[in-house]
Design a protein around this ligand. Structure first.
Ligand code: C2G
Length: 129
């Protein structure tokens, strides 16, 4: 059982997120999503439109997602890798290289290409224009 993990806010869920989750799941058999808690989003300088509970509910409805856990800080990644016996850590390539050192030797680290034309920020901008 190859276990995959990925992290993110996943606010205003869109097909870029779905594409990432689909490709992440294809790298193994079980996909855990560490979903940024509202408090952690504040640390990231983000304010999600949907609450953690609502974002979690939406992710849990996606066929590629097997488990959703809270992401509460930057430091938990190596602990999560241990705790959930993770084989593959996956992020979009806007994070290219960011976690190589932190996870060195702990698991495979894979950066997948982002879906270029869509983002939560773009959606908000378009809706406000
Ligand atoms: N993503 C993507 N294509 C898009 C938008 C997002 O592939 N058009 C990917 C991102 O690269 C990321 C995931 O979807 O891997 C979630 O995106 P965000 O919710 O924006 O996550 P982020 O705020 O980057 O949080 O500790 C890591 C952070 O929590 C990542």
């Amino acid at each position: 059982m190859r276990r995959v993990i990925t992290y993110g806010t996943f606010d205003l869920l869109h097909y870029g997120h779905i594409q990432l989750l689909k490709r992440a799941k294809a790298l193994g058999d079980y996909l855990i999503v560490a979903l940024s808690a509202d408090e952690f989003n504040a640390l990231k300088g983000k304010k999600a439109y949907f609450s953690y509970a609502d974002r979690k509910r939406m992710l849990e409805a996606i066929r590629y997602v097997d488990m959703v856990i809270p992401e509460e800080n930057w430091e938990q990644k190596p602990l999560d890798i241990e705790r959930f016996n993770i084989d593959v850590f996956v992020m979009g390539d806007d994070w290219q290289g960011e976690f190589d050192e932190l996870l060195d030797g702990k698991c495979e680290v894979v950066y997948l290409s982002r879906t270029p034309e869509i983002s939560t920020t773009q959606i908000k901008r378009d809706l406000n224009s």
